[in-house]
Unconditional design. Structure first.
Length: 255
């Protein structure tokens, strides 16, 4: 009986160590996506996408892996949470700025902090906050790409209609939203070709393969294409199982 208890303790300790490893991993997932209507004059555009950082300090390994490969950086919400020092937030922003211009959408945990101070830090850091607004990029041939962002859906702060008004009507549209459920508000006539989201942590911990949420994925929907990230950090316990920490290098091209 004693041997069984010792064996169970060893197995339990091994599982905990594995879950910690998954929680603090540094997986850069490379997603290549082709769209028939992606403006050819842009060639290809690469987005470094990271969501749900929470308490983590971004590893230099991730920055090194993505260095020189991204055109822009998008933070998909939950950059921080309650009781995370703002100095850590500043360090994370400085790291991300090494990769390219940084864009941010609000997540529910960002509002647990002194969000006015967070907003000021983002402004001082040169980060563009997409709170129901859009940023438009134009190629030398005059073709346009719009990056839209909506505010926190959980608090009903999201106004997709305002973000669409701010975007160029005939542009290729990408939407950043902390919540993947924003897709319920997208109609085909909006011409939003890609949605970047997080929030679910990919379920974070799957017991016998089951969790309240699915693992992160890319899914083709009727009204758009949806990317849901497992996210980079954790909430609650700093453990993961079946949903390793990840961020993304997304390359868009015509095809």
């Amino acid at each position: 009986m004693g041997y069984i208890i010792v064996l169970l303790l060893i197995l339990g300790a091994g599982l905990i160590l594995y879950m910690v490893k998954e929680a603090f991993g540094n997986h850069l997932i490379e997603n290549v996506m082709s769209f028939e209507d992606f403006p050819k004059s842009f060639g290809s555009v690469s987005i470094f996408f990271i969501s749900d950082i929470h308490k983590r300090l971004i590893s230099d390994d991730i920055i090194t892996a993505a260095m020189g490969k991204a055109d822009i950086v998008v933070i998909g919400g939950d950059l921080t949470e309650k009781n995370v020092p703002f100095e850590r937030v500043k360090k994370n922003l400085e790291k991300l700025k090494k990769l390219g211009p940084v864009y941010f959408v609000w997540g529910n945990n960002d509002y647990e902090t002194d969000y006015r101070k967070l907003d000021a830090i983002l402004l001082d850091s040169g980060v563009k906050v997409l709170d129901n607004t859009a940023a438009t990029f134009e190629s030398v041939d005059g073709e346009k790409l719009s990056l839209l962002g909506v505010d926190d859906l959980n608090q009903e702060r999201d106004r997709l209609d305002l973000a669409l008004l701010d975007a160029e009507d005939k542009s290729f549209k990408i939407l950043a939203s902390h919540y993947p459920d924003i897709t319920n508000k997208i109609f085909p006539e909006h011409n939003i070709r890609l949605v970047l989201s997080g929030h679910t942590h990919g379920g974070q911990i799957h017991i016998l393969g089951y969790s309240p949420y699915e693992q992160g994925k890319v899914e083709k929907l009727v009204n758009t294409t949806l990317l849901i990230s497992n996210g980079y950090g954790t909430t609650g316990v700093p453990l993961r199982l079946g949903a390793p920490a990840q961020c993304h290098l997304i390359t868009l091209k015509n095809g």
